[in-house]
Design a protein around this ligand. Structure first.
Ligand code: SIN
Length: 192
């Protein structure tokens, strides 16, 4: 599959005719909303876990030295907490470009923190995409993140902003918090 998923995503017709769509964000879309939205609230989806297993060539790394960002991996029974945005379909053009490095639009049921449920749209980079990096230990991922940077800034900022946003929502994510802890250790040792 090509790195650029814009064309594939623009062929998705599931939400055609809808005037509003719920978008579920679980990575940078939690803390960086650079698109217009009508409503924003914490939400969760089931049967997926967040993992720093996707390569970033365009935001937190380069094609020669990709950074590591999150994607979702299927896991029966798991609950992934993120942020839902009620958007109009016009916002999707911008989102397709932002998420173009391997992420495909999926439809999923999301549960909003006020008890409402709805079909929603989520961008997931599956293991078939060319930028997928796959599993590594939290320590290895922290090392990788510590040395990566791209047009959107240092890879560590992505991790730290995500961890902080998850804490603000009281969301437990042992994978993300363990990588954050490993990164703090690395920084401590490199400073002294
Ligand atoms: C998301 O945040 O929902 C997708 C991954 C990312 O853009 O970091």
């Amino acid at each position: 599959m090509s790195f650029n998923t814009v064309n594939i995503n623009q062929q998705m017709t599931y939400f055609d005719g809808h005037t509003e769509v719920w978008l579920f964000g679980y990575g940078s879309l939690i803390y960086k909303a650079d698109f217009p939205y009508i409503e924003r609230r914490p939400a969760s989806i089931r049967h997926w876990v967040r993992r720093f297993w996707q390569g970033s060539h365009d935001h937190r790394g380069t094609p020669e030295a990709p950074g590591r960002v999150v994607t979702l991996i299927p896991q029966p029974g798991a609950v992934c907490v993120g942020m839902a945005y009620l958007i109009t379909p016009e916002a999707l053009g911008h989102l397709d470009v932002r998420e173009k490095n391997g992420y495909l639009r999926f439809v999923t049921e999301l549960s909003l923190d006020d008890g409402r449920r709805s079909d929603g749209l989520v961008y997931i980079a599956t293991e078939e995409n060319a930028a997928f990096l796959g599993a590594a230990s939290e320590r290895e991922i922290a090392r990788h993140i510590a040395q990566s940077a791209g047009p959107s800034g240092p890879n560590r900022d992505y991790l730290l902003h995500l961890a902080e946003a998850l804490r603000q929502m009281d969301a437990d994510d042992p994978h993300v918090f363990e990588i954050e802890r490993e990164l703090a250790e690395l920084i401590k040792h490199s400073n002294g």
